[in-house]
Design a protein around this ligand. Structure first.
Ligand SMILES: Cc1ncc(COP(=O)(O)O)c(C=O)c1O
Length: 282
């Protein structure tokens, strides 16, 4: 179903029409670090007797009306992939729930479906979190809120510096504490902008370039178009993302940090014919 074009998250108004007798759960993804609009989703789930499983892979530490993402629905999924806001030094993830029976099922599944050692009752997977990663994450977790706050400050700085440019900067849903896993903008001249920034040593990523419904795998399962979602994946209204650093001193460093880079970008006003300038000083 389609997204809310302001937040890129699931549009609660589009959910009801997509519910069928086979629907078991609603799976909101808190994309780029912004919580989905959970109140109407929870209401719909209650009315239709559905589970809500939050994909909080990109949004650990984010909150919605004071509640941490992952703890609002019946279960939540977290990713500790190294680039995530709380990243391990290898792969890792976590499922969270306050439903004891569900927790037990997940626990069995992650151990090859075995409740008792060497007796697999169901088909599961090998999905134990490595102890070394757990130890690293345990230390990093203490800093997560501070790092997320630093990301928000960097995002705020980007917003200020981009204010006069023809790009769509991130929209924050009221009551949502966005943790900016990605700082995502839409730009009419996406590719030219990405090339311009690359010349100046600023990495960006094109996200959702090939939008899933265009892929054969999903085609048969989706009815109708997803106009807002597709717009997100096409050059005319595409997404360019910068990943803001968690280091609060980046702002203070001025021209050697990303804020300095954007200051320069503003001064250039996309004059891509100009010679590249050195933006990362010593
Ligand atoms: C929104 C979202 N969901 C799920 C995942 C999968 O996480 P993992 O790679 O840890 O399984 C990712 C990882 O990129 C993600 O961004």
């Amino acid at each position: 179903m389609d997204i809310d074009p302001r937040t890129y998250n699931i549009d609660p108004a589009a959910i009801e029409a997509a519910i069928t007798e086979q629907t078991k759960a609603i799976l909101p993804v808190h994309l780029y670090g912004q919580p989905a609009n959970m109140d109407p989703i929870m209401t719909l789930a209650e009315v239709h007797g559905l589970y809500v499983i939050e994909d909080a892979a990109q949004a650990i530490g984010a909150h919605y009306k004071g509640r941490r993402v992952g703890s609002i629905g019946h279960a939540g999924c977290l990713s500790f992939y190294p680039t995530k806001n709380l990243g391990a030094y290898g792969d890792g993830g976590m499922a969270v729930t306050s439903d004891a029976a569900l927790a037990e099922k997940v626990d069995i599944l992650r151990r090859q479906g075995s409740e008792k050692k060497y007796h697999a009752e169901v088909l599961g997977f090998n999905s134990r979190l490595d102890s070394l990663q757990a130890a690293i994450l345990g230390v990093k977790l203490k800093y997560l809120d501070r790092w997320n706050e630093a990301r928000r400050q960097v995002a705020q700085r980007y917003n200020e510096l981009l204010a006069d440019l023809p790009v769509v900067t991130p929209y924050e849903l009221p009551d949502a504490y966005h943790v900016y896993h990605q700082y995502t903008i839409r730009a009419p001249q996406r590719d030219a902008l990405a090339a311009h920034l690359k010349k100046r040593g600023i990495g960006t990523m094109i996200l959702s370039d090939s939008f899933a419904p265009s892929e054969a795998l999903c085609q048969s399962r989706l009815q109708g178009g997803q106009p807002a979602g597709e717009r997100g994946g096409q050059p005319g209204g595409a997404l360019v993302a910068y990943v803001p650093g968690a280091d609060p001193s980046a702002t203070a460093r001025g021209n050697s940090g990303h804020s300095g880079v954007l200051q320069q970008m503003k001064a250039d006003t996309f004059n891509i014919a100009r010679e590249p300038v050195v933006l990362r000083g010593s």
